[in-house]
Structures are given as structure tokens and as C-alpha cells.
Design a protein around this ligand. Structure first.
Ligand code: ME8
Length: 512
């Protein structure tokens, strides 16, 4: 793996329910990062997919009265449709029921077993089906109605069955050393502290097989057991690259640069996964970053409340790019946030329609009307011009830094500082007034704005690909000049610009 490669992953989603905005969120964030690296000339591998084994999925299929494989085929398709609707530019959509994945997960199991880290025992303890997770007795609390629940609120049941165990306890010190040596391994910082204290409390060996149901990958050499769904699922990050076939050129993408996950599954990715890999003698991913949780109009999203948001409804009402923008703009990436109509409409009208949309409209229509529709020539910049151009020229590096830190919201804030500076500049320069007094200066001002808008349109492509493609079309930026490095060369003078068109319509609440 070289610096020119990037491997970015989303979680693979359970197919026990339909995709919702929470799934779409992690995928959009990962997509922005993947697109940014491509724009920056990197060779990117970006994967997503579905997690189709385990008791939870088996029970959902039974409840639907459909054969389990047919059920997962249909549900998985729903996640593919969601990914496409959100503009997720994945290179591979991995399903854990595919033969390539089963072969890969089995190979990983054999390697961990052959290295002496898996042994047969019997499991007795608490299991939360909803989380597909084991809990220790001290993590369980009892509700007034007598239901026993995990810290996540998921009901637990007492499970007792023969089981293979993974020697997780043997990896405690090595994991703590990993977190210390590589402080960037887990982000954001709050999650890192949680994980470190979880591991410091002591790790017990992990049950990694089940015998009480059969919907899973058979344990190599002992098909009475199926693999624990998390052992199976985490292996997807390797199976997508063709593991264990080291001659597969995709293996050059390992180790992964970033596993983007929700905060609910940080523990699986930052504790179990590196331990499995250490046990197998495989290089560790570089970073696991956990995004926060969305509530809906102040409430937890849940089927029982009936407030589960289908991303397609939001796209139909507000458009894809405004929703992608909103999701990443509303809260510092990594934190929790609330999805509500008022917040969406405000962001859309203030930041997209006003700040950016009007700026583009004003600049391009002045050029269309007063400069013959061609890009005015560059002139020696005044102090004001130079200051604005310098702000824009700093954006590519600022955004590179933000993307490396997964500071996706900060990236947008940096761009909006420049957009607001453009608005202050256009108001101060008043090119509409210069039209009557100094047409040469008017043209020079409009040219500065066009150059800055081109930079803004370029760096925002990963966030809002379709709309920014339209902005760059309006600036006549050729397809081959839309990458970050192309910003080092300004557009040629006299370029003919197409007729301007609005980018972001103001959202008006439909009459009741
Ligand atoms: O956990 N807000 O799958 P899953 C923000 N199959 N993000 C949310 C969210 C919300 N309200 N709800 C879900 C699994 N997510 C496993 C993963 S990976 C090897 C296996 C996002 O279908 C968030 O990224 O329960 C979370 O981690 C993921 O969906 C969980 O999806």
C-alpha cells in the first residue's frame, strides 16, 4: 500500500430492517472522504454492503414468512438502492452471504485458530439479540417490569451452549499499546477514551460461535457451529479485497485507511477487529472513526415510535445535494444531532440558496449581461483581490487536513468563510455600480469572483457532486480541470460561459 492508495469502508448494514437516514449518514460521510481522495489524485477503494447472517436476520426472515436467503436478497437490494439514491460512489458492495465472503471469513478463522487463539468451551451468559452482542453480568440492569437490559437498552437473554472462544484476554496489553502508540487509531477523542477505559477494565475471552441456530458461516472443521456474526461481518473488509489470495492486486489496498462506523459499533471495530487481526498476523487498519447518532425531531428513531426516516423521502422533498450538505453541516462530525425540518430548511435557505446560490447567480449574470458572456481577463490584483484569492487558494490544503482528521463539518465551515468573504467583497466592490463608472474594474472584480467560485465548486464536489458539477459547467471548467491539482492553473481568459442557471432554489413551505 502506498501513499497514493486509500481504502475507505462503511459498516455493512444488517438486513433485518429497511435502510434509514442513520445508515445513509455514515455512507454519505464515507463517500465524501472517498470522493475527496479521488479528487486529490489518489487511487481509492471504497466499499459498503450488507451484513446478512445471525439470529436477528434469521428471525426477521421468519417473521416475514420468507426463506432466509430470499429475504436477505430482497433486503440487501434495498440497501443498494439507498446507496445509489444517496450518490454513494462505492467500488464494491459486499454481501456476507456471497461465496467469496464465506471463503474469506473461513480463511481468517482458520488462520486465527491455527495460531492457537481459538479454543472450544461452553458459553453461559447474557446475550442481546438486538445488538448481536454478549454482555457481562455487571453491565445488565433490570427494568421495573422485570426485563433485563444491556447498557444500550436492548433486552438480554441467558444463553448457554457449547461455543468456540477467541482468546481476547491475551490481547489486552497489545491493544492498550496500540491505542497509545497510535493515538489516531480511534476517533473522535471521546470515543478513544471510552475504548481505552473499557479495555483497561479487563477483557474476557469472546464467544465466537453459536450452535442454537444455523444462519451463518459454518465453523471450519465443526459445522455444528456457525461463526459469531461479528467475526463474520468484520471479515468483510478483507473479503472485498480477495483475502486470502495475496496475488489479488486489490490486496495492495490493505491495511484499510479508515473504517467509518457509528458510535454504537466502535467497540467491535476498535477492540475485537484489531485483536482478530493481531491473532491472524495481519496488519491493522490505520484508523477507526465513529460518527454520532441522529435523533428525529428530538426523539430516538425507532420502529415502535414510527418516526423512522427514509432518506428517499428527504431527497424527494429537498433534493439530494441539500440533504448531503445538511447531514454533514449540522453538527461537528463525530457528535450527535437532531434531524428536524426547521433546521433543514434554515440551512438550505441561508447557506445554500442565499450565501452560495445568490453569489453564483449575481456573479454569473453580471458576466452574462456586461462582459459578453465570456470570462473577463485576469488583471494585476488589488490588495482586496489578492486577499480573497489567497483565502480561496488556501482551501485545498485546509480541506486535505480536515479530511485526514474526519473533520468534515469543519471543512464546510472553512469553505463558507470564503463564501462569506466573497459576499462581503462583492458588496464592497459593487460591480453593478462599476458598470457605469469603470467597466475595466468591474470586469476585474467579476474575474476574481469567478476564479474563487471555481475553487469553491471544485473543493465542494465531494459533498455535493451533482450541483457542483453544474457550477463548474457554468464556469466552463473542462472535465479534466476539475481535480484539486488543476486549481494551480487558472482558467484561460475569454472562455465562453453558458447561460447562468440557478443552483439552489429557495425552499418555500408548501401551503397546508
Ligand atoms: O451494526 N444515527 O449494522 P446496522 C447515525 N451490521 N447513524 C446510524 C443511526 C443513527 N440513528 N442508525 C444507524 C451493524 N446508523 C452491523 C455492522 S460492520 C462490520 C457490521 C449507522 O444495520 C451507524 O453507522 O445496525 C451504525 O454504526 C450503523 O448504521 C449500524 O448499522
Amino acid at each position: 500500500m502506498t501513499q497514493a492508495h486509500r481504502y475507505i469502508t462503511t459498516p455493512i448494514y444488517y438486513v433485518n430492517g429497511a435502510p434509514h437516514i442513520g445508515h445513509a449518514y455514515t455512507s454519505v460521510a464515507a463517500d465524501v472522504i472517498a470522493r475527496f481522495h479521488r479528487l486529490d489524485g489518489k487511487t481509492v477503494r471504497f466499499t459498503t454492503g450488507t451484513d446478512e447472517h445471525g439470529q436477528k436476520v434469521e428471525q426477521a426472515a421468519q417473521a416475514a414468512g420468507i426463506a432466509t436467503q430470499a429475504f436477505t436478497d430482497e433486503m440487501s437490494q434495498g440497501f443498494r438502492v439507498m446507496s445509489d439514491a444517496m450518490g454513494i460512489s462505492y467500488d464494491d458492495f459486499i454481501r456476507t452471504t456471497e461465496p467469496r465472503h464465506k471463503a474469506s471469513a473461513s480463511a481468517l478463522w482458520e488462520r486465527v485458530r491455527d495460531n492457537g487463539h481459538i479454543y472450544l468451551g461452553a458459553y453461559e451468559g447474557w446475550y442481546a439479540l438486538r445488538d448481536e452482542s454478549f454482555y457481562s453480568a455487571d453491565e445488565i440492569t433490570e427494568r421495573p417490569d422485570g426485563t433485563k437490559v444491556a447498557p444500550t437498552g436492548a433486552p438480554v437473554e441467558w444463553v448457554r451452549e457449547p461455543s468456540y472462544f477467541f482468546r481476547l484476554s491475551a490481547f489486552e496489553d497489545r491493544l492498550l499499546k496500540l491505542y497509545e502508540d497510535q493515538p489516531g487509531f480511534i476517533g473522535p477523542e471521546g470515543r478513544r477514551r471510552e475504548i481505552v477505559s473499557f479495555v483497561k477494565q479487563g477483557l474476557r475471552d469472546l464467544s465466537v460461535s453459536r450452535t442454537s441456530f444455523s444462519w451463518g458461516i459454518p465453523v471450519p472443521g465443526d459445522p455444528a457451529h456457525v461463526m459469531y456474526v461479528w467475526f463474520d461481518a468484520l471479515a468483510n473488509y478483507l473479503s472485498s479485497l480477495g483475502y486470502p489470495d495475496v496475488s489479488n492486486p486489490l490486496m495492495a489496498f490493505w491495511p484499510a485507511d479508515l473504517h467509518l462506523v457509528g458510535k454504537d459499533i466502535a467497540r467491535f471495530h476498535a477492540v475485537y477487529w484489531p485483536a482478530f487481526l493481531m491473532a491472524a498476523g495481519i496488519e491493522l487498519p490505520r484508523r477507526v472513526f465513529a460518527n454520532g447518532w441522529w435523533t428525529i425531531e428530538g426523539e430516538k428513531m425507532s420502529k415502535s415510535i414510527g418516526n423512522v426516516v427514509d432518506p428517499r423521502d428527504l431527497i424527494a422533498e429537498f433534493g439530494l445535494d441539500p440533504i448531503r450538505f445538511f447531514l454533514l453541516r449540522e453538527v461537528p462530525f463525530g457528535g450527535d444531532s437532531d434531524l428536524n425540518r426547521r433546521a433543514i430548511i434554515t440551512r438550505l435557505n441561508v447557506e445554500l440558496a442565499n450565501d452560495l446560490g445568490n453569489l453564483v447567480q449575481r456573479t454569473l449574470s453580471l458576466i452574462a449581461r456586461n462582459c459578453g458572456g465570456v470570462l473577463p481577463a485576469r488583471t494585476a490584483p488589488t490588495e482586496d483581490d489578492a486577499a480573497l484569492l489567497a483565502m480561496a487558494d488556501a482551501l485545498p490544503d485546509l480541506l486535505r487536513g480536515c479530511v485526514e482528521r474526519c473533520a468534515l463539518t469543519e471543512g464546510l465551515e472553512d469553505v463558507w468563510k470564503v463564501i462569506r468573504a466573497c459576499n462581503a467583497y462583492i458588496d464592497r466592490m459593487a460591480p453593478w455600480a462599476l458598470r457605469k463608472t469603470d467597466t475595466a474594474r468591474m470586469a476585474a472584480v467579476l474575474r476574481v469572483l469567478a476564479d474563487v467560485l471555481r475553487t469553491i465548486g471544485t473543493v465542494l464536489q465531494p459533498y455535493m457532486p451533482d450541483t457542483m458539477a453544474r457550477l463548474l459547467d457554468q464556469l466552463a471548467v473542462p472535465a479534466e480541470a476539475r481535480a484539486l491539482t488543476a486549481l494551480q492553473t487558472r482558467l484561460p481568459d475569454g472562455l465562453e460561459l453558458p447561460a447562468p442557471q440557478g443552483l439552489f432554489p429557495r425552499y418555500v413551505e408548501p401551503a397546508a
